[in-house]
Design a protein around this ligand. Sequence first.
Ligand code: ADP
Length: 414
Amino acid sequence: MLEIFIQQTQAMRRHVEMLDALFKSATEGIIVVDSWGAIQLVNPKAQELFGYEEGELIDKKIETLIPQRYANKHVSHRMNYAQAPKARSMGGNFDLWAKKKDNSEFPVEVSLSPFSTSEGDYVVSFIIDITSRKKQAEALLEAHHQIQHLNADLEERVRMRTRELAQALEELEQSKQEVMRALEKERQLNDMKTKFVTIASHEFRTPLATILSSASLIGRYTHTEEDEKRQKHVQRIKSTVNNLTEILNDFLSLGKLEEGQIRNVPVLFNIADFCTELVEELRPVCKENQAVKYTHKGDQEVCIDRHLFKNILINLLSNATKYSGEGKDIFLNTQLKDKTLFIEIIDQGIGIPEKDLPYVFDRFFRAHNSGTIQGTGLGLNIVKKYIQLMEGTVELLSEVNVGTTIRIQLPNCC
Ligand code: ADP
């Protein structure tokens, strides 16, 4: 019996010694409080953590070890815990702070375990100083922020570079298009030069031959009574030279248009007077018994580019006479209405075949029925460009052997 008692006592002592060693050498701070929150036991690690001497904390409230700003709340937390104690870690998502004897603070992780003895209820807290862990976490967070920052920076740079690249590409595309345009212009110019040589050698041959023959005939008419014949040939030379001038003028206008030298400069003038004068000027161009009949409706003061307008009318009226037979009158009607000048040129000539109509404004295009009638196929193209410069519109209606009507609308800048 005694032996058993001794054995039990020895086992108990060993047990206590082991617990004591565990308590003393633990690397966590261990503090035991009673159900009133009074400190009952403090292990050396806890003393070291909080900076107290041995025995100094005994019977002090546990709130001694908590910063003042949390202490009050802690009392009520502790009381609630005492109602239903269970093992748990403290703090949840919050940072827990502990207070040293010298009032300095340090972050801690605490886990609580309740236990009871014959003398009452207790709570043991295991406390770890997490200063360095927190520092690491903060450093990690800082590094994370820096990485995020760097990432954002990098993304922005990539975005910027992409933008710059897109812009450079666009500029490249633009300059490519400019080069293409320049090349196309160059090609057109070359084309025009070739056409000019062809047209000049072709179209100039007949008039020059006419001039030559008329001139040599004039030289032969030496008698006074032959003056009528002489005059006829002089007239023929004049009209042929006119034709040649017209062709050269067309080329000149086209060249100027191509180079962007021609501008729309509206001026104020009287349209009725202007057209009457022009019709008079063109009388010699008309064929036998052919006349241009002019009418005007509405106000007479217009504000358009006089020079461009004159060229348009000369071109269209010349065509009208050129492509109409003798005795076929030509009608020129103008009307000023609602800030728009309407112009109509009607002839009763050979007309244009339906299949050719879509191309009449193309450069160098000549309708299939133009036959031996002289021309370069440039006039209508120039007219259209002039009208575009004046921000107007043009339409052409035509029927073979019935006639051609051209309608133009020009904005009146007054
Ligand atoms: P062209 O110098 O040949 O007269 P245009 O550019 O003035 O050149 O006209 C292009 C073509 O349209 C002419 O070749 C002709 O076939 C046709 N055309 C133009 N105006 C008339 C018209 N009033 N009547 C018949 N055909 C016309």
